[in-house]
Design a protein around this ligand. Structure first.
Ligand SMILES: [Zn+2]
Length: 198
């Protein structure tokens, strides 16, 4: 059992009535904006774990995520799994996000969820809270809108209060998923109000 200070796997008690939507691997023009539009229709916000090299490519898009009231987390510069370069990967991503958005990230997500003892300790030493997930509908594997709909039902069948939900803002099937998932999560009173949960 890994302590939550090293790896947050579910929401802490104080916000465990809600779920946290997280979006990894962006920002992606044409997807990230639309995901935000959909979230904002329900007056909710999310945590976007961005890859540094994509922030460098699309700094304005990264900045708009912050301006629209969402939170940004560090997902390394090159989406590098737990290797010996991870310290540099984290620092480069942190600097790129700060330059683009004026924000210092407080959260880190391990690329591909790959974890070893040093990759667990490093974010903590850099004042970053590592955030894992407890609900994974496998949207990253969706190729079509129909796949996205299927993933939406996987999510809704499994989600419980306090879950941290793993999603990705790199392809359009996730947008089809959101169209189904957001109204249902709103009905279940699981969507947090805008402004960030953690
Ligand atoms: Zn990722």
């Amino acid at each position: 059992m890994i302590p939550a200070t090293l790896l947050l796997q579910r929401l802490p008690e104080r916000c465990s009535n809600f779920v946290l939507l997280t979006f990894d691997d962006g920002p992606t023009p044409g997807v990230t904006e639309l995901a935000m539009d959909k979230l904002e229709q329900y007056n909710t916000s999310a945590l976007f774990f961005m890859v540094g090299k994509f922030v460098e490519k699309h700094p304005e898009l990264a900045k708009s995520v912050v301006e629209r009231g969402h939170q940004i987390g560090n997902h390394s510069f090159n989406h590098a799994p737990a290797t010996n370069n991870i310290s540099r990967e984290i620092d480069m991503c942190q600097q790129t996000i700060a330059a683009a958005t004026g924000t210092v990230c407080k959260y880190y997500r391990h690329p591909e969820g790959s974890i070893n003892p040093s990759s667990l300790l490093l974010p903590r030493m850099k004042n970053l809270q590592s955030v894992y997930w407890s609900c994974d509908p496998l949207d990253w594997d969706c190729k079509t809108e129909a796949d996205g709909v299927e993933a939406a039902h996987r999510l809704l069948d499994n989600v419980i209060p306090g879950d941290i939900i793993l999603l990705h803002d790199f392809a359009s099937p996730t947008l089809a998923l959101l169209d189904i998932v957001l109204p249902e999560l709103a009905d279940r009173n699981l969507l947090p109000p805008s402004g960030g949960l953690l």
